[in-house]
Ligand binder design. Structure first.
Ligand SMILES: Nc1ncnc2c1ncn2[C@@H]1O[C@H](COP(=O)(O)OP(=O)(O)O)[C@@H](O)[C@H]1O
Ligand SMILES: [Mg+2]
Length: 374
């Protein structure tokens, strides 16, 4: 399955566009701000029912308009599937498959998986541990409904426990049994979340390392490690051991809400020693490993969206990545770049179906498999 056609009405900077795609590589070139990323975001909508970048849907309605519509055709035959996402300002989002509205929009997720590689991913390296937990949660929950429920149950009880710790400190009293009521509800979810995260990381580590070696020509050694207090103690032991500390701090100081991923290069934190290019390669490798995980778990080849990935790379590294993703284990790919000539040169050297689109006033296909389209 692949996205054969995309139709946008009043989505971000686009009034009306209609584009047909290659089943393999689609590349958008154009200056900054012309709307390259917006097209990838529209594709993200069709897969995950929301924007990759903004959590409020109405922000994506073209300024001065009242609604947006995103339509996509998947496949290239009589059995094409039509996916439609529409939003009228002030109303709820409508999501349809073959003309039939979903009662629960979330039921659509997983049908057409995508993986986005974006400059915004740098927060995984530069920001706090919450970004890295989000990265894990977001992938794991796509295939494990119970995982999300466990996160919700854990966080709910955690909030109550933290509130009690605060109240007790303010009121100068303490009731361990009351705390334990909430702790008991966290034990089982904590264990299951820990196990899921550990299994996820174990799955992606070898893939990640292989991708990094490929992209970087094995110049540096990278690693990725899951860190959790649950690896040595049970949640119950952590509560008991840290109760005095928790009372002083007035919040829960241990548990899976403190989990992290250690991202390293040559045994140092990549954040501290990695160059921009190395950090970028690290993130691309991580996202490609995520791609493999989603494919392995869901049995469907995701669409790969690579936004501005080549920005800090030289032509050799660009060629290497394009060559890598043109291999059979990848399916349809959408790439954006500001260097038209470089992209054209790289594409002309690969031997698979591709389309190159120029975005300026509108979106025009300027090259199809090395030829100007008629
Ligand atoms: N809701 C909107 N209405 C109109 N224009 C928008 C809207 N949201 C974003 N834009 C415009 O889209 C452009 C950015 O598009 P983007 O896809 O990020 O460009 P790039 O080609 O650099 O990736 C900006 O000019 C911005 O003003
Ligand atoms: Mg962009």
């Amino acid at each position: 399955m692949y996205l054969s056609r995309l139709n946008l009405s009043n989505f971000k900077n686009y009034s009306e566009i209609d584009i047909n795609f290659s089943p393999r590589i689609n590349c958008f070139v154009g200056d900054n701000g012309v709307g390259k990323t917006n097209i990838l975001d529209a594709i993200h909508y069709l897969s995950l029912t929301k924007s990759y970048f903004v959590s409020i849907d109405s922000v994506n309605v073209k300024h001065g308009e009242e609604f947006f519509i995103i339509k996509g055709s998947f496949g290239n035959s009589a059995e094409d599937e039509e996916i439609m996402c529409g939003l009228q300002k002030g109303k709820r989002k409508v999501f349809k498959r073959n003309g039939k509205e979903y009662t629960r929009i979330s039921d659509h997720i997983g049908r057409y998986p995508v993986v986005m590689v974006s400059p915004a991913d740098s927060s995984i390296i530069s920001d706090g541990s919450e970004e890295r937990r989000k990265f894990m949660n977001n992938v794991i929950s796509q295939f494990n409904r119970a995982y999300l429920n466990n996160i919700i149950a854990y966080n709910k009880a955690l909030k109550q426990r933290n509130r009690l710790l605060k109240d007790y400190a303010a009121e100068g009293k303490f009731d361990r049994q009351m705390l334990e009521l909430w702790e008991d509800r966290m034990l089982d979810p904590a264990m299951k979340i820990y196990e899921s995260r550990a299994a996820f990381v174990e799955h992606i580590v070898p893939l990640f390392q292989e991708y990094y070696d490929h992209i970087s020509d094995q110049r540096e050694k990278v690693s990725l490690e899951y860190r959790s207090q649950l690896s040595k103690s049970s949640m119950k032991e952590l509560f008991d051991k840290n109760i005095d500390k928790d009372r002083v701090m007035r919040y829960t100081t241990s548990g899976i809400h403190r989990d992290d991923l250690k991202l390293k290069m040559n045994n140092f934190n990549i954040k501290d020693i990695g160059s921009q290019g190395q950090q970028k390669s690290y993130l691309v490798a991580l996202k490609l490993a995520k791609f493999d995980y989603i494919r392995d778990m869901g049995g469907i080849l995701p669409v790969l969206l690579m936004d501005d990935v080549f920005d800090k790379f030289d032509e050799m590294r660009v060629a290497q990545i394009i060559k890598l993703v043109s291999e059979k284990r990848f399916g349809q790919i959408f790439v954006t770049d500001t260097h038209r000539e470089r992209m054209q040169a790289v594409l002309s050297r690969i031997n698979i179906d591709y389309s190159l689109f120029l975005i300026d006033e509108g979106v025009t296909e300027i090259m199809h498999n090395g030829k100007k389209p008629d």
